[in-house]
Design a protein around this ligand. Structure first.
Ligand code: SAM
Ligand code: SF4
Ligand code: SF4
Length: 357
């Protein structure tokens, strides 16, 4: 069997709610050059924080092999994420491997964009198709505060420009919206990228992990975001591109482009969730809010065959019943500001930098 041929396995991998496995988000590093307050707060992830030692991290051969097995089970989209994926050495070489896997229709990458200007051409050359750049605000001080680093938005903006120049377009620009932090800058973001062809997507701040001190009253709902932008630039809803699309789409009535909102807190979309996640150290995670994951690295390194690994993945997915956000929403009292959470608010959850959003 050639390295790029997918396994021929029955596409029987649906979970307890009949959801197939279609997307695989691959976290290629747990390290990051930012310390976003909502993801890796600097007071916790300081100088002494111990990230994964190199031997624990999957190498490119291992990632490619696992990706091929996932594709054999029905996955057709791969998204490279982190931590910050652009700090992983030789990343374009991984992309070259992933794009040759037969059955992969889409390879995308999510980055904070800080290193993008110098890497965009190599990423494109390696075969990357799409890119999502995270940028929370154009305001110098707000961007610095939210990224936890003394960097304003400039480097990321240069990265976006270079990505567009080399043809990684249309570019998606993701902004997490936090009340009291950047909600006053969302209209500026919309204004800046109208007419560029790039799509800004505003993400409701989520209670991922246990370290960001999330509170319901810090969430600015998608509805509120749309109302605020719509007051300045009239908007109308657009049909989803495909079932399970995470962003709800709106377009400017004057034809100057579109924006999206990711309403994971106020309007959860677990019913269509087809996303599996692979952590940097090779664990399969079936939900953003999971507590742990299935260790695939031990199987890989213990000499298991592709078929044995595929069977292990199938067993996990067919047992999957995750719908954390739906349960949280149904327990939430929006009027009183009480987020009910689910299965015990305080249980240990995996952190965003380990699974990449
Ligand atoms: N470092 C890359 C980046 O920032 O784009 C990739 C990994 S990052 C974990 C992926 C996405 O998750 C980013 O867009 C980030 O803003 C988002 N994110 C992180 N923590 C979040 C939270 N608590 N709520 C909502 N989105 C969050
Ligand atoms: Fe780093 Fe991305 Fe997390 Fe920010 S959101 S700390 S850029 S991994
Ligand atoms: Fe998917 Fe879990 Fe998010 Fe629901 S809460 S959409 S199951 S990742």
């Amino acid at each position: 069997m050639s390295q790029s041929t997918p396994l021929q396995l029955p596409d029987a991998t649906t979970d307890k709610f009949g959801r197939p496995m279609r997307d695989l988000r691959i976290s290629v590093t747990d390290r990051c050059n930012f310390r976003c307050t909502y993801c890796m707060p600097a007071e916790i992830f300081g100088e002494r924080y111990e990230f994964l030692p190199k031997p624990e991290i999957l190498n490119f051969e291992e990632i490619e092999r696992l990706a091929r097995i996932f594709v054999g089970l029905g996955v057709n989209k791969l998204r490279i994420t982190g931590g910050e994926p652009l700090v992983r050495a030789q990343l374009p070489a991984l992309i070259e491997r992933l794009v040759t896997i037969v059955g992969v229709e889409d390879v995308a990458l999510t980055t904070n964009g800080f290193l993008l200007a110098k890497m965009a051409a190599d990423l494109k050359q390696a075969g990357l198709q799409r890119i999502t750049v995270s940028l929370d605000s154009l305001d110098e001080e707000v961007a610095k505060k939210m990224s936890g680093r003394p960097y304003g938005p400039e480097k990321t903006l240069e990265g976006i420009e270079e990505a567009a120049r080399v043809g990684l377009a249309p570019i998606k620009i993701d902004a997490v919206v936090q009340r009291g932090e950047n909600e006053h800058t969302i209209v500026d973001m919309a204004r800046r990228f109208r007419g560029t062809g790039h799509i800004v997507r505003f993400i409701e701040y989520m209670d991922v992990g246990n370290r960001n001190g999330w509170k319901l009253d810090q969430v600015v709902t998608a509805m509120e975001i749309i109302e605020r932008i719509g007051e300045e630039f009239p908007l109308e809803p657009v049909e989803p591109n495909y079932r399970g699309e995470v962003a709800t789409r709106y377009r400017y009535k004057d034809g100057s482009g579109e924006i999206g909102v990711i309403a994971s807190v106020s309007m959860p979309f677990c019913g269509d969730c087809t996303r599996a996640r692979l952590t940097t150290d090779g664990r399969l995670v079936t939900c953003l809010f999971a507590s742990g994951g299935k260790d695939l690295k031990s199987l890989l390194r213990g000499g298991a065959s592709d078929e044995e690994i595929a069977a292990a993945i199938s067993a996990v997915w067919s047992n999957r019943s995750d719908r954390y956000s739906e349960l949280r929403e149904s327990n939430t009292d929006w009027s009183g500001g009480d987020a009910g959470g689910s299965e015990g608010e305080k249980r240990k959850k995996i952190e965003m930098y380990q699974i990449g959003g």
